[in-house]
Write a protein that binds this ligand. Sequence first.
Ligand SMILES: *Cc1c(COP(=O)(O)O)cnc(C)c1O
Length: 343
Amino acid sequence: MNAEPKYHFASDNTSGICPEAWQALEECNAGYHPSYGADAITAKACERFRDFFETDCEVFFVFNGTAANSLSLASLCQSYHSVICSDLSHVETDECGAPEFFSNGSKLLTAKSSLGKLEPADVERLITHRNDLHYPKPRALSLSQSTELGTVYRPGELAGLCGLVKQHGLSVHMDGARFFNALAGGTASPAEITWKAGVDVLCCGGTKLGMAVTEAVVFFDKALARDFEYRCKQAGQLCSKMRFISAQWQRILTDNVWQTHASRANGLARKLADGLGKIAGVQILYPVDANAVFARLPDALKLKLKSCGWQFYSFIGGGSRLMCSWATTETDVNAFLADAGQS
Ligand SMILES: *Cc1c(COP(=O)(O)O)cnc(C)c1O
């Protein structure tokens, strides 16, 4: 008989809400506050973002990553434009056509990626191989940080890609559903891996970090944020009790709470990869730069782990994907490794 299903490593959104976010929700529950983001807590949270990124950016809060990505891309593009992204990118594979829908038809042009990252030569080819008016005009580059394969662009790699596309008049969108894991995985500052490298708009992930239902859209190029609040409202993404979203952000960006959770997830992913890598027949597929482990597992081992109840996906990146989150414990990792047969 099969064991109870265990979703610990299935994704980083199978976990609950982290204690700090939960406490923030409880604290802001008291009393009455202006609605739709006109409250003081929301103003303070936006101010925290400007401190965090050391720049005067425009910040908006939406409920999820699909909305953040598709609405921000729509604000960069007209319907006849195109967006260059990786063939593995969430905007291409997992958003049900929302970027095309909200931009009224902007086309996604995909490039093959290397370890989840876009290569400048491939991006340049997509931008330059046509310039006639029969082809959707490239207007934006979208890249994921960390990537869908758990790798992280280094500041130099980002600057190279951003510099290249800017020469051709494109703007840069960063899908940061796991931005904090990328940040915790390196030594660069928040500013250095965003606007200083050339990123114009960042979709900053809250849910996978440990918050409840929120992503922040951060415009470093404030001109691109024009009327963005109308897009949010029209798309059903304007939260009327906004303080419940912004209070969480305010807390998570204080006292390095983001770092505690992201570093923990990253560290345990590394431990999981190290343990798995010692098991005969297991191959770790990509560098573990953030909180994802991709492994090729022998079929028998996969079956054994599934019979022990472990749930994980095997449809991304050609292997089995194991995700760690703020809630992952050393005990969870050890239990998984024990079932995987590491002695
Ligand atoms: C999870 C994820 C998102 C956000 O997805 P939603 O389910 O819409 O919140 C966006 N990009 C990437 C790379 C993701 O992994």
